[in-house]
Design a binder for this molecule. Sequence first.
Ligand code: AMP
Length: 387
Amino acid sequence: MLNIALFGPPGAGKGTQSKLLIEKYNLTYIATGDILRQEILQGTPLGMEAKDIIDQGGLVSDEIIVQIIENRIQMNPDANGILFDGFPRTVVQAYILEGLLLKMNTSLLCMLSLEVPRETLITRMVERGKVSGRSDDKAEVIEIRLHEYEEKTIPVAEFYSHKKKFYPINGVGRIEDVFKRLSKVVVKNLENVWLNIVLFGPPGAGKGTQAKKLAEKYNLIYISTGELLRREIECGTDMGMIAKKYMEAGDIVPDEIAIRLIETKIKMHPNAKGFIFKGYPSTIVQAYILDGLLRRMDTTVTSMIEISSTTLQSMKRLSARAKTDKARVYDPEIIIHRLEVYEKKATLVADYFQKQNKFCTVSGDGNTDEVFERLSVQVERIFKNVR
Ligand code: AMP
């Protein structure tokens, strides 16, 4: 999802710019001020509670706001993204937003702040008051609203600055020019969104070959826990020595080891466009671990693609691989054990991502190019959904 918060004092032009942003990026619009005015018009209990506060230029309670926001989010379960206008307006609301987005498995891309001098804001609102009929667009109330903004809302900017998600933008000038400035920041932020794909499937499905090709084509960093572990073994590190026993028996290595290797590898690529994981997660525990690990870096698994393969097909491929130059130890019993481990663990892992609508399957039938073609179609679809 592409979620943006439009920030700035009353009269900064948030409403006007919102219309352009939602159209360009196909976003669901949530403007707390508009919703509150609607509630007042309809005479709902919530509207009645908010009316006096709005008329006096104060801020409505966070309790009312959280209900409004939750309600709107639920009304749009398939939103491509959300544009928040006039929210969050307090630090408490910023925490609420974080929680709500987390619950939806997403996060805020950026907060765009329209910066306009005080005198211009007052002139704009007084002018608007002549046509809008808004009870709060009057000189005395405008003064209080600006005071509320300075007192309670400015700290929200600090909250997002700290997260490096806050972008002040000059809000003075022609509407199209201000919009260009906003769009530029959105595009730049979208380019920085990591695309994290997990390639899943039984041993011998062709994950390694395909993941490397995909990484190259889409400029992603390839992370194979198997390869990272084999390197540790080659270098004779402590971790390698521990891992060796498990790998030789066709078992899954202890989770602490893989986490450390993945974290180190990710940190080596701060400018990456994203990662393609192969061989991880292979258990439900690892699915949680990877999600947690990526969330700590303010990102998440974008999608899991499974390459389906019958046992016969897998056996054929593994047996063929045993005859290549880079042959790994081939022991039928170990292969059978690995396939068994996969079969036992795979359903829970697939379910984990399926529940989040982050799972798809591609047939592993045919030659490398044919499978690669199918995978590319999926990756491009995932790209489009994210950016
Ligand atoms: P706006 O249309 O965004 O200028 O909002 C008009 C009025 O609605 C504000 O002055 C507040 O009284 C109330 N309001 C809108 N959004 C919020 C919010 N997030 N928190 C508290 N009060 C709000």
